[in-house]
Design a protein. Structure first.
Length: 171
């Protein structure tokens, strides 16, 4: 995701992951600071500090890809989802977005999340503040070297007395 944002001439301020092993590849390939943190253990406004110093005209954006293991087709029974150690990270990421309320958001996840009431309830919370488009796409159609379907959500913050025109996935 970072590489695509940079190719689109969007300034990326930071990348976050719980896995320190991601640091080298992320920083070398993207020339962007990497923070090895467990987002489950930080305050919801932790990421906001990276937005400090931006001008009024600068737009803020948060993308998140929660770990897919709890929602993967490899997880045999839905009843086990809530006991997966990574299950609550998606909730935490929604909380962070709702605390900071960046101008733009995106989420990438396995397709199964579209069928989960818990996940869609959190998307409905976002709708209070964001114009939302969500879709299942084959990422190979967008140049990724993988042939698999993924769930994507994009959102643009609602502004008072302003209607949204044209924010949707390319067809």
């Amino acid at each position: 995701m970072t590489c695509g944002l940079l190719q689109a001439d969007i300034k990326v301020l930071a990348g976050y992951d719980i896995n320190e092993d991601c640091r080298y590849a992320y920083e070398v390939n993207n020339k962007v600071p990497f923070y090895n943190i467990d987002l489950m253990k930080v305050e919801n406004d932790y990421l906001e500090k990276h937005f400090n110093g931006l001008g009024k005209e600068d737009k803020t954006y948060i993308h998140f890809s929660p770990p897919c293991q709890p929602y993967s087709t490899m997880t045999k029974k839905d009843s086990r989802l809530q006991h997966h150690p990574k299950y609550n990270i998606a909730d935490k990421l929604f909380d962070i977005v709702l605390e900071i309320k960046p101008d733009f958001i995106s989420i990438e996840e396995v397709v199964k999340v579209m069928k989960l009431d818990m996940f869609q309830a959190r998307v409905d919370e976002l709708r209070e503040y964001y114009h939302i488009d969500q879709k299942v796409i084959n990422i190979a159609d967008y140049g990724a070297p993988q042939n698999r379907k993924r769930y994507f959500l994009i959102g643009k913050k609602k502004l008072p007395n302003v209607e949204l025109f044209g924010m949707e996935f390319p067809r």
